[in-house]
Design a protein around this ligand. Structure first.
Ligand code: LLP
Length: 426
């Protein structure tokens, strides 16, 4: 598998590859899709999505985990449906994500609900949907959920999200398992909440949740965190608290450039021995691992602008479509959709049309020469791409396409100008 830039290899990136100079997704040349949809467009490979889910299912089959795909990574209904059809549950963080989960008929017993700031209305909706577990992040939240469940005369299951104070060695913005972050509850506080919880008449604290961060490339931080939580769970059990669900979160890293992240099998080999002879229902919440490499953002080069110090490729996609480079200084490969033999290579900044200097996809990147009207893709954009997009600069959000074998479908239409002003009044 080639990482990073387009260099002409035949097989490049899961189901993205070069066929006689044309970049294809599964069996469809991207230029064929773009002819129909225009740009900017997100393109997803259905097969990559289901195979990545299967990789985790297989690697952990001995413990029969519930894989709750993390909806925030890519919440397109067709993507969710692909996963739910293949047995996944969903990890949600808002009423909106619950709405999507219901739209794709994900059974409530396969939905887990995390997040530090659930509103009363969201809690009510989740109780009505009979979700499997609330992943609770503070005592006031637990009290609120209990109060609401009691008023509704319903019983809810709860996992406390613990904060194990482990450094996942990833970007600060996506580190969640360290003590100074807003996530989870420290062990001492969690312990007293579990002990006190026996008094709760409408909430059962039967689970424990941990998620230490995202884009984690090695097993060590996970092992460190899981060792700590197992010790903690043992201690709880001695105190008479029964834990049924262990939700181990998401966080598996993927290849954007020259990373060498663990595979699902390697991850399982490191993790499974910790859980031997333990009878918990294990839950995972992968997001990026499943969808990142399944998606690209396709854009058109509008202009090639030269200044005294730079060459810019100005594209019709911008940071409103994909904010990861601007927000995390994240690396994404850039590949032309049509590869030409024997062209010069230049060092470009690939930028969008938005009025901010942070509006870039790549800086000082060596690429084959490109001209106005050429198409390129920003690779590995299937996770936290469209879901983090916005209407900044009153730009319409991109359309999304799902490819399956030799066919493709627009699974979200490009927004219209009317969409932009919906609900506004003068
Ligand atoms: N579970 C919880 C509780 C989470 O907060 C997250 C991600 C996941 C699971 C899924 O994590 P994953 O397997 O995708 O690493 N926007 C950032 C990533 C933010 C991750 C937020 N939480 C980015 O573009 O890198």
């Amino acid at each position: 598998m080639l990482r990073g830039e387009f260099q002409g290899e035949t097989r490049m990136h899961d189901f993205y590859y070069d066929r006689k100079g044309d970049l294809c997704c599964e069996k469809v040349p991207l230029k064929k899709i773009l002819k129909k949809t225009g740009t900017p467009t997100y393109i997803y490979s259905s097969r990559t999505i289901s195979e990545h889910l299967a990789k985790i299912q297989k690697a952990f089959r001995s413990v029969r985990p519930l894989i709750c795909y993390s909806v925030k990574a890519n919440s397109n209904l067709a993507v969710l449906k692909t996963l739910v059809k293949n047995g996944a549950g969903l990890d949600i963080v808002s009423g909106g994500e619950l709405f999507r989960a219901r739209k794709v008929q994900c059974p409530g017993r396969k939905i887990v609900y995390a997040g530090v700031g659930k509103t009363d209305e969201e809690i009510r909706e989740a109780i009505r949907a009979r979700i499997l577990l609330f992943n609770v992040e503070s005592l006031p939240e637990l009290e609120r959920i209990h109060q609401i469940a009691k008023a509704m005369r319903k019983q809810v299951n709860v996992s406390l999200r613990v904060n194990p104070n482990v450094d996942p060695h990833t970007h600060a913005y996506i580190t969640t398992g360290r003590a100074e972050t807003k996530f989870g509850i420290d062990f001492d506080r969690a312990r007293s909440i579990y002990l006190e919880s026996k008094k709760l008449t409408h909430a059962t604290l039967c689970g424990l949740h941990v998620h230490i961060g995202s884009q984690i490339e090695t097993g060590e931080p996970f092992v460190e965190a899981f060792r700590k939580i197992l010790e903690f769970v043992d201690d709880l059990e001695l105190a008479g608290i029964k834990i049924k669900f262990l939700n181990l979160g998401g966080g598996l890293g993927v290849i954007y450039s020259d990373e060498n992240p663990q595979t699902a099998d390697e991850f399982a080999k490191k993790i499974l021995p910790l859980f031997k002879k333990r009878k918990y229902q294990i839950i995972f919440e992968p997001g990026r691992f499943i969808v990142a490499n399944a998606g690209v953002l396709a854009a058109k080069v509008l202009y090639v602008k030269e200044t005294a110090v730079k060459k810019f490729l100005i594209t019709d996609a911008g940071m409103n479509d994909l904010i990861r480079p601007a927000f995390y200084n994240a690396y994404h490969g850039i590949w032309p959709i049509r590869k030409q033999e024997h062209v010069a290579r230049w060092v470009y900044d690939v930028v969008g049309p938005i009025c901010e200097s942070g509006d870039f996809f790549a800086k000082d990147r060596e690429l084959p020469e490109m001209r106005s009207g050429d198409f390129l893709t920003v690779m590995t954009s299937g996770a936290y791409g469209f879901t983090m997009s916005s209407n900044y600069n009153s730009r319409r959000r991109a359309c999304e396409v799902l490819v399956k074998g030799a066919s493709f479908r627009v699974v979200r239409q490009r927004e219209t100008y009317q969409d932009l002003v919906r609900g506004e009044k003068i």
